[in-house]
Design a protein around this ligand. Structure first.
Ligand SMILES: Cc1cc2nc3c(=O)[nH]c(=O)nc-3n(C[C@H](O)[C@H](O)[C@H](O)COP(=O)(O)OP(=O)(O)OC[C@H]3O[C@@H](n4cnc5c(N)ncnc54)[C@H](O)[C@@H]3O)c2cc1C
Length: 360
């Protein structure tokens, strides 16, 4: 029997795995996709890297990720923030100029993209402990307080069952509630709690447009934009220190509207906005990379396709069985939504496992 089963191989599940790998504790990570990393998704091309999931961490306020990155000797770069940011109030008005440094929130990026952190964590876990393409579909609590966990492999079209003493659930809360059946059912208080924790960024899409040169920098523009005109609501410089320069943006168009357009039409609207803001050089882009997270059924539920109106209340669910541990960004009160939240909750989960095992 595997003592600990970690369900989900995002940053939280991987961090727990990397910590347990240093102990004499038997564990497995069950991951539904054919890759680990979850919401971390970097498009790597030659030496260039473009993040289609998370991009930044904030060293001034996020100690856990900052210490981990230092400990793992991962190189970082400052988010480019020189010159002016643009504030676009409407398509008709000339954008307002604001000193970028005034808006500077001192974020950093990881060289190679956030996937560099995923790869280092993955490499610290024995490969035989990570099972890909294992979508967990049901959990049964046995009479002896252990668990039978049933998975479906969509590629091999086969069911495989695992058994465990301790379960760590790292799926986004709503997805957990909707996609895994529990016997007996999860208590109502837990179900309500999970339902009230929307998947962070679940309604978002991200687009990266690459160029030969960061031509906006020559115009003393940082690349930062806040726009009320759209289709992009926020834009930032995503250039790497290698040969390609880039801008990336988040959309103001909600998922239901984005779905009415094909990719070509989305790209066209984005390029028109970049020309409007930064000039005709934006016509000569090299590549466009687009990821719509609201279409990703390893991350979101139908309910997540509605934009979050106010910041959700994240944190631990009510008390449940002591051998069932919830870990992942939405279960962290202080940094819920960020990579920091996923890592803080992973460290807490690891200490809970150690405590449980030391009692047996
Ligand atoms: C567009 C975007 C931009 C972001 N920007 C930032 C940023 O700049 N900075 C920042 O700090 N954070 C940012 N975030 C948030 C950050 O990505 C998340 O906080 C973090 O990646 C969450 O990690 P996690 O392990 O908690 O969850 P996840 O990454 O969602 O991991 C859950 C894992 O469970 C797997 N899974 C799902 N269903 C099953 C199943 N049935 N069985 C087995 N496995 C399953 C999934 O495939 C996934 O690997 C952003 C997110 C997005 C989408």
């Amino acid at each position: 029997m595997t003592r600990v089963l970690i369900i989900g191989g995002g940053i939280s599940g991987l961090r727990i795995g990397s910590l347990l790998s240093k102990e004499d504790i038997d564990f497995k990570i069950l991951e539904s996709r054919e890759r680990v990393g979850g919401r971390v998704l970097t498009h790597n091309q030659d030496n260039n890297y473009f993040d289609l999931g998370p991009t930044w961490f904030w060293p001034d306020t996020e100690k856990t990720i900052t210490n981990l990155i230092n400990e793992l000797n991962i190189s970082t770069i400052e988010q480019y923030n020189e010159g002016y940011s643009l504030l676009e109030l409407s398509k008709q008005e000339i954008p307002k100029y604001v000193e970028s440094k005034e808006l500077n929130n001192k974020s950093k990026r990881i060289v190679g993209g956030i996937n560099t952190l995923v790869n280092v964590l993955k490499d610290s876990v024995p490969s035989s402990n990570i099972e890909l393409n294992k979508k967990v579909i049901s959990v049964i609590k046995n009479n002896d307080a252990t668990f039978s966990v049933n998975t479906y492999d969509e590629i091999k079209r086969e069911h495989i069952s695992y058994h465990a003493d301790i379960l760590i659930l790292t799926l986004p809360p709503r997805l957990l509630l909707e996609s895994i059946s529990f016997t007996p059912s999860l208590p109502k208080s837990i179900q309500i709690d999970l339902l009230n924790k929307p998947t962070w960024m679940g309604a978002q899409a991200k687009i990266v447009v690459t160029f030969d040169k960061a031509f906006w920098r020559d115009k003393n523009l940082s690349g930062n934009v806040v726009s009320w005109a759209g289709p992009l609501r926020e834009i930032y410089d995503a250039s790497t220190e290698y040969d390609e320069s880039a801008l990336f943006g988040f959309f103001s168009l909600p998922p239901a509207i984005r779905n009415q357009y094909d990719n070509e039409s989305i790209n066209k609207q984005v390029i028109e906005q970049l020309i409007r803001l930064f000039g005709p050089e934006a016509k000569s882009y090299n590549n466009i990379f687009y990821k719509d997270w609201s279409q990703d059924n390893h991350t979101v539920t139908e309910g997540d396709k509605l934009n979050i109106e106010s910041f959700p209340s994240y944190g631990s669910p009510p008390e449940y069985l002591e051998n069932v541990i919830f870990s992942g960004t939405e279960y962290n009160e202080e940094h819920g939504g960020h990579l920091e939240g996923a890592l803080v909750s992973a460290e807490k989960a690891y200490f809970k496992v150690k405590k449980l095992i030391s009692y047996v």
